[in-house]
Design a protein around this ligand. Structure first.
Ligand SMILES: [Zn+2]
Length: 242
């Protein structure tokens, strides 16, 4: 029964896992991916290599710790469940042990606003959670605290986790977090990065609300993140829609 249920979403979860490995932000089966469904969420199974993962290996879970089917969910199912419970805006989650994010997570220090793109977390820093052992409620509790007002965080001596409105955006964010960690690593090796102040980051966060959106996607009255160039291939009267 579960085999055909949510088939497209199961396939998309597997495709996301394959992409995170081929793009070099995860190794082996250490990461995991999930997506929200009406009844709870779908999450990758425990210990099955993504290259051989089939739709039936994606496990359906409810938001009370129950699962269906013959396969056990990822050992980190609790982190996924607790995000879906606590953060209604989360539709998809990516957790990876990407190299630079994990390396910096071992220092147990928040990553400050050394670059304006730190605003992709939704705040002025990339927090690191308190350490707790993998698969435990303690890890999940620390993660939720580090995610307050944020959509991504580092997990002490472990890796990173982030969520988004869909699988593509969650994977994009995981990649951004890894890139930021690599950049912070390099900048810190070269010297002491000059940090952006609160006012500078407040401005960035305000503009990020419309960052990357086409004009047709902006809410009524929403100002674009940057002043757009002038469109030449349509007449003045229809230009606005471009
Ligand atoms: Zn992990």
């Amino acid at each position: 029964m579960t085999r055909s249920k949510h088939l497209d979403l199961r396939k998309k979860i597997i495709a996301t896992c394959l992409r995170m490995n081929s793009e070099g932000i995860n190794q082996g089966t250490s990461g995991n991916v999930s997506a929200r469904i009406e009844e709870g969420f779908l999450v990758t199974a425990s210990g099955i290599p993504y290259a051989v993962m089939k739709p039936e290996h994606v496990v359906e879970m409810d938001l009370d710790g129950g699962y269906r089917g013959d396969y056990l969910p990822s050992t980190e199912w609790r982190m996924h469940m607790d995000i879906y419970r606590a953060r209604p805006e989360a539709q998809a989650i990516v957790h990876v042990h990407s190299t630079y994010a994990t390396a910096l997570a071992c220092l147990r220090k928040d990553i400050p606003a050394f670059h304006y793109m730190i605003g992709v977390t939704g705040g002025i820093s990339l927090r690191v959670s308190d350490y707790a052992e993998f698969g435990t409620q303690g890890l999940s509790d620390g993660m939720l605290k580090a995610l307050e007002g944020r959509t991504a965080c580092l997990l002490a001596n472990h890796g990173q986790i982030c969520f988004g409105p869909d699988l593509d955006k969650a994977l994009w964010l995981a990649r951004e977090i890894e890139t930021l960690c690599q950049q912070y690593w390099a900048a810190s090796l070269a010297g002491d990065p000059v940090l952006l102040n609160q006012a500078e980051m407040s401005s960035v966060l305000r503009r990020f609300k419309s960052y990357g959106k086409q004009s047709s996607e902006l809410a009524k009255g929403q100002v674009p993140a940057v002043l757009a160039p002038t469109r030449r291939d349509v007449s003045q009267s229809t230009r606005r829609r471009g």
